[in-house]
Design a protein around this ligand. Structure first.
Ligand SMILES: *Cc1c(COP(=O)(O)O)cnc(C)c1O
Length: 354
């Protein structure tokens, strides 16, 4: 039996996507060639990447609104520097909500002045700062919508006149937002979209071309826009699997549908966490993530027993990140409700046996 996979990333993908992907590795489109041994410039693959790009924009409601979807190399981590390289002239504003934001800040400092508008480091990033001011002379504002490690998530985004950039690596396609409030969105594929190896970038074209520095071709968004993500060989397999996942999501009913399932899953787990005296949540209640739930045991002596029980129950990937400790249940789009129920059952069994 397949394990209940709560891994934070790379993470669970839909079963039918894995099935189709494995078939394409052997024989793609019944052409007696593998997807990964054909030219990336051949029509079958160009159709794949075009489909993936247009599905991404369609699911986010961003078609015909001046946005381009790109599949780039280098992970979300490369976007930390690429966003600043392309957009930071003098000063940028950053909201610091955890490890990933801090890494983005570190890279951006190489390119200009940085205004950290607020930070939640005082409480080990267990909440999202509110009521901060974004300077109107900033080149852009950067935030992280979901803090994968700490289990917090931005429920609203600031009104600002400057372009807004968002790292949505761990919650893209999981909930409905007005995506047109963002000028650039990026996400490593391996959290909610596909295997590691490609990064989705959605960029509004009119924010580009405004910095004075020379940008190396590979790191210039305009290069990739002009070449339709084909400036060099794209990550054909991760892009194909991402396309399959986006098709899967569209067939299910898109973001509206998956958001309702995601809400059921997180409510089930958070309700148990709050009810069961053996557990407590680590993130502040109003800022809890629907994707990554962080929690801990109230009695550390039960750790061995609990760890044994969830592993016996066929559950994988529940250990918290080393900088937070405790447990983290990542409930990405492809995780079924019954997997969350399996975890809740173990939590209740621990209560009975403790
Ligand atoms: C995982 C993650 C990253 C890093 O992604 P890479 O593709 O490994 O570079 C960045 N931001 C967030 C929010 C993440 O969850």
């Amino acid at each position: 039996m397949k394990k209940h996979n709560f891994s934070a990333g790379p993470c669970i993908l839909p079963e039918e996507v894995l099935q189709k992907a494995s078939e394409a590795v052997i024989n793609f489109n019944n052409d007696n060639l593998s997807l990964i041994e054909i030219s990336h410039r051949s029509k079958p693959f160009v159709d794949v990447i075009e489909n993936a790009r247009s599905l991404a924009l369609e699911l986010l409601g961003l078609q015909n609104k001046g946005y381009k979807a790109l599949f780039l190399h280098g992970g979300a981590s490369s976007q930390f520097l690429m966003t600043a390289y392309n957009l930071l002239n003098k000063k940028a504003a950053y909201l610091n909500t955890g490890t990933w934001s801090s890494k983005a800040i570190k890279e951006a400092k190489l390119f200009g002045e940085l205004d950290e508008v607020a930070s939640s480091i005082d409480k080990n990033f267990n909440y999202i700062p509110k009521n901060y001011k974004i300077p109107s002379d900033a080149d852009y504002f950067h935030c992280t919508s979901n803090n994968t490690i700490y289990g917090t998530q931005m429920k609203s985004f600031p009104e600002t006149t400057v372009p807004m950039i968002c790292d949505m690596s761990s919650d893209i396609f999981s909930r409905q937002l007005d995506f047109s409030q963002f000028d650039l969105i990026y996400a490593g594929a391996q959290k909610n979209m596909g295997p590691a190896g490609t990064t989705l970038v959605i960029v509004k074209e009119d924010i580009l071309g405004k910095v004075e520095r020379v940008i190396p071709s590979m790191l210039n968004y305009q290069t990739h826009i002009e070449k339709d993500s084909m400036f060099n060989t794209p990550a054909v397999f991760p892009i194909y699997v991402s396309m399959l996942t986006l098709e899967w999501l569209k067939d299910l009913g898109g973001i509206d549908f998956i958001e309702s399932v995601n809400k059921q899953k997180s409510a089930l787990l958070y309700n148990e966490m709050d009810r069961n005296p053996l557990f407590k949540g680590l993130a502040e209640e109003d800022d809890r993530s629907h994707m990554n739930a962080t929690f801990t045991l109230t009695n550390k002596d039960l750790k061995e027993k609990f760890d044994f029980m969830w592993q016996e129950a066929n559950i994988n990937g529940l250990h918290g990140h080393r900088s937070v400790g405790g447990y983290r249940a990542s409930m990405y789009n492809a995780l079924p409700l019954y997997s969350v129920q399996a975890l809740v059952d173990v939590m209740q069994e621990l209560e009975r046996k403790a």
